[in-house]
Design a protein around this ligand. Structure first.
Ligand code: DX5
Ligand code: ZN
Length: 215
């Protein structure tokens, strides 16, 4: 499968966010991964709607918004209006997944569902034919710069097999600890959308780093 690279701006220099985004665009990134945290669903607060709205003016890249918030249902329309192209929410949130999916679809955006490391893939399987992408977290969500959890690879493999057997054109995204090596492992297991924060933004040659994630 063709690999899609989505740099996570959580690792960017926020004093130069516009330039940081331009740097990733120039480096060949396909999307921009935008981590929204509410300080309750995860023990960290990142940024929210005004930032998304303001960077929308800086690029035409696809906005891959990852909501790590308790109540995604209440925020779908506002993130869509702020410029999201795809909205990913957590299965472990308090919202009813089917309702969030419907709302994202109604807003005309791509739908992603994310599972934390402790959540088994079986919990997400009944939703796969309603969504565009499954995000298999490869770290505990909340912070950049953590180490890739290799024990998530069997989950990726199981979902890819399940989707392939049913001829579902599902994107499988991995997020957390992704670098040239771990992206290869994730791709071998069946992932095709690579999120990387620290690895891409802290690399002096972003073009080479983006290319290394494509295998
Ligand atoms: C973690 C976020 C990730 C994070 C990845 O909760 O969802 O997107 O930015 O950062 P790295 O690539 O540094 O592990
Ligand atoms: Zn993320």
């Amino acid at each position: 499968m063709e690999i899609v690279v989505s740099p996570s701006i959580l690792a960017a220099d926020f004093s130069n966010l516009g330039e940081e985004i331009a740097r990733m665009e120039k480096a060949g990134a396909d999307m921009l991964h935008i981590d929204v945290m509410d300080g309750v669903f995860v023990p960290n607060i990142s940024f929210g709607l005004p930032v998304v709205k303001s960077i929308r003016k800086a690029t035409t890249l696809f906005f891959d918004v990852h909501l790590m918030i308790c109540n995604p249902f209440a925020y779908v329309e506002r993130f869509a209006a702020a410029g999201a192209d795809g909205i990913t929410f957590h299965l472990e949130s308090q919202s009813e997944p089917e309702k969030v999916i419907e709302k994202i679809r109604a807003a005309g955006k791509k739908v992603g569902v994310s599972i934390r490391p402790a959540t088994p893939v079986s919990a997400a399987l009944p939703l796969l034919d309603k969504i565009d992408m499954l995000l298999v977290m490869t770290v505990e969500p909340g912070f950049g710069g953590q180490s890739f959890m290799a024990d998530m690879l069997p989950k990726i493999h199981a979902v890819r097999e399940y989707a392939a057997e049913r001829k579902m054109p599902l994107d499988i995204q991995v997020d957390g600890g992704i670098n040239g090596e771990t992206a290869r492992l994730a791709a071998e297991a069946g992932a095709n959308v690579m999120v990387a924060g620290s690895y891409l933004f802290r690399n002096s040659d972003a073009g080479k780093a983006v290319a290394s994630l494509r295998g």
